[in-house]
Design a protein around this ligand. Structure first.
Ligand code: GLY
Length: 369
């Protein structure tokens, strides 16, 4: 298990530093005013392509300034926001711009924005010259605790979401907590579903912190939120540090996600990912309880903690047949059996393979409204 340490040098004393292990270990910094650390992550590069969406232009310009100050040439690449940017056309425009600038293997791509922008920036970096360095500056809670860490990059195509991509771990991830202050409250809350997930699969201290002060957990100015972000990233770092390519352990990060993906599809991706994960976590807790693996008190704690944060815990009662059909199609597309992550106890995840339709329907009753 890796450990969180305090950063030194140009950064504030309360900056946390998490090391992600692997072929090329990399740091994730969590704190405020982290741009002082950016030039070091780009060391050796003469060009930096800063990929950003319009709402984050000011943050991207600050990052660009920090890089220019070291003599680097900066290529700003504005891309459409959110999922609209995760297309082959946008990636192609980025490749053309890199080509025009003479971007070499020692240069660096910097992704500034939410999960969609860092997914795209990572994909462009993974594919340009078969892989150049990428540094992520995630600005959303979901981006910090999930998308930017772990090296999954990708775009969406007509065949589906995230089916085209590559594992391409970043060289560094800088999570500036100040960016959470301008995040819409609903996006902040939604991102906390992934934090709660991390609490159940690996770090129950996260759950204690939320239960002790749920208001602080949703307050961007509170040190509690900073600690939650750091702990959730630590959970992810511990997992992806030993299983980058999802050959085993990484699957536990999908706790609550099988149903969540089906809800997102049924809602035509208009639901926030974390909101769908929240319902999926309550469903997964129901599966654990009904298979006799999970103590009822721990199963009940899922809906209780998510409720403290104002996250959704129910979905339409009449949707079960359609959700089950989507999950079956998804399973077929991936050539796999239907698998759910369940808990045997707090922080003891396990895989449940092809549960019976009756069991699934019964667990759905726990979220049906
Ligand atoms: N979001 C799940 C993973 O990174 O594996």
């Amino acid at each position: 298990m890796t450990t969180t340490t305090r950063a030194e040098g140009v950064l504030a004393m309360d900056t946390a530093r998490i090391e992600v292990a692997g072929e090329r270990p990399y740091p994730v910094l969590v704190g405020r005013d982290l741009l002082g650390a950016l030039p070091e992550t780009a060391e050796g590069a003469t060009r930096a392509a800063v990929v950003f969406a319009e709402p984050l232009r000011a943050s991207a310009e600050r990052a660009a300034e920090a890089l220019r100050a070291t003599g680097m040439t900066v290529l700003p690449l504005a891309v459409p926001d959110a999922e609209a940017g995760k297309t082959i056309e946008v990636a192609a425009r980025c490749w053309e711009a890199l080509g025009a600038e003479g971007f070499t293997r020692t240069d660096v791509v910097v992704g500034v924005g939410g999960g969609a922008v860092t997914d795209l920036a990572g994909f462009v970096a993974a594919s340009w010259l078969r892989g150049v360095r990428v540094v992520h500056l995630p600005t959303s809670l979901l981006g910090m605790v999930d998308a930017a860490v772990g090296g999954k990059t990708g775009i969406n195509t007509g065949a589906g979401k995230n089916l085209v991509g590559a594992f391409h771990p970043p060289a560094a991830v800088l999570c500036d907590l100040a960016s959470l202050a301008t995040l819409p409250a609903a996006d902040l809350r939604s991102g906390l579903a992934e934090v709660v997930k991390a609490g159940f699969i690996a770090d129950p201290g996260i759950l204690d912190l939320i239960e002790r002060d749920p208001r602080a957990a949703t307050d961007p100015a509170s040190p509690v939120l900073g600690e939650l972000v750091t702990r959730a990233i630590q959970v992810k770092a511990d997992v992806v540090g030993v299983d980058l390519r999802e050959a085993g352990l990484r699957e536990i990060l999908n706790y609550g996600h099988t149903l969540a993906h089906a809800i997102e599809r049924l809602e035509d991706f208009t639901w926030r990912h974390g909101d769908a994960v929240s319902v999926g976590l309550v469903f997964a807790a129901g599966l654990g309880r009904r298979t006799g693996r999970l103590a009822p008190a721990v199963a009940d704690r899922h809906a209780a903690v998510l409720g403290l944060l104002g996250l959704p815990r129910t979905y339409r009662a009449d949707a079960w047949e359609r959700l089950a059909a989507v999950m079956r199609v998804d399973k077929k597309a991936r050539g796999a059996t239907l698998r759910f992550i369940v808990l045997d106890a707090l922080a003891k995840p396990a895989v449940l393979t092809d549960p019976s339709p009756d069991l699934l329907r019964a667990a759905y009753q726990e979220v049906a409204a």
